[in-house]
Ligand binder design. Structure first.
Ligand code: NAI
Length: 261
């Protein structure tokens, strides 16, 4: 995996998976532009851009501040379900999409975009109508109405945001092919970061069951290399894919769903 000399934007770089991904890139010789609402504690970032990815004006400003010459964008910032459905869907899907689109003029040809989705998005094939409606939504103020229309409460909003992100990633398999720009997603299972407790709190018994069958939760160090690989030229033919990184959980869930476990 060679990222030496590349310039890579990492959102959510102040904590957890984003912080570890940024660290890996910098160790590999990349210049990292950190985008977060919180200032990263340490690290030799080329630049820190403070942004609130739930706010369209802040998103536009951030993309303008980042400027051109970007080889990779890792969309890692995200909120857990305990934050409520409007912020969750704004940050995890609408804001991520707006920031990515605003960044398009900044990308070098051949750039890679990696979206941090989740095992929580595995149910996307069963949520087609609601996902279609969210992908059609451009107005950040329309989230609550859309959620009411599709029975999305706070607990479901996290799953829904990641389902939409996986579908949107697949839809963009060839969107910028003439510029060689690729988009992929990574879907971790439960990872030991500050928001793990929020998931356990929201998911209750289901999370307890997941943690029982898993040998251990993931670590940011388990996920960051997969993100970095998808950002490097070594993954050039992977496009519009969602790569699980979950200690076997997605296989376990899918086999159980289809009665083939
Ligand atoms: P974290 O809470 O450690 O880091 C999230 C980062 O996003 C923080 O630095 C935070 O400041 C930033 N952020 C949140 N809202 C923002 C906003 N409005 N504007 C700008 N920055 C904002 O969480 P973690 O676990 O590292 O999560 C990273 C990504 O991985 C998220 O998208 C999450 O959904 C996903 N994920 C996490 C899993 C876990 O179990 N921890 C499992 C699967 C996916």
């Amino acid at each position: 995996m060679n990222v030496n000399g590349k310039t890579i934007v990492v959102t959510g770089a102040a904590s957890g998976i984003g912080a570890e991904t940024a660290r890996m890139f910098m160790a590999g010789g990349a210049a990292v532009i950190a985008v977060d609402r919180n200032k990263p504690a340490a690290g030799t970032f080329a630049r820190f851009v403070e942004a609130d990815l739930s706010d369209p004006a802040s998103i536009r400003d951030a993309a303008r501040t980042v400027d051109k010459g970007i080889d990779g964008l890792c969309n890692i910032a995200g909120l857990p379900p305990t934050r409520g459905r409007v912020p969750v869907i704004r940050v995890n899907f609408l804001g991520l999409r707006d920031f990515t689109e605003a960044m398009l003029p900044n990308f070098n040809d051949g750039a890679a975009i990696v979206n941090l989705a989740s095992l929580a998005g595995i149910g996307w094939p069963d949520a087609g109508a609601a996902i279609k409606a969210l992908i059609a939504l451009r107005d950040f103020d329309g989230v609550a109405t859309l959620c009411d229309a599709h029975q999305v409460d706070d607990a479901r909003s996290y799953f829904f945001s990641k389902e939409a992100l996986i579908v949107w990633t697949m839809q963009n398999r060839w969107s910028w092919r003439e510029r060689g720009i690729r988009m992929n997603a990574v879907s971790p299972g439960p990872v030991q970061t500050p928001i793990l407790q929020d998931f356990l709190q929201t998911l209750g018994k289901r999370a307890e069951e997941d943690m029982r069958v898993m040998d251990r939760p993931g670590k940011p160090e388990d996920v960051a290399p997969v993100v970095a690989f998808l950002c490097s030229g070594d993954s050039a033919w992977i496009r519009g894919s969602n790569i699980p990184c979950d200690g076997g959980m997605s296989s376990h869930v899918m086999l159980n769903m289809s009665g083939l476990a």
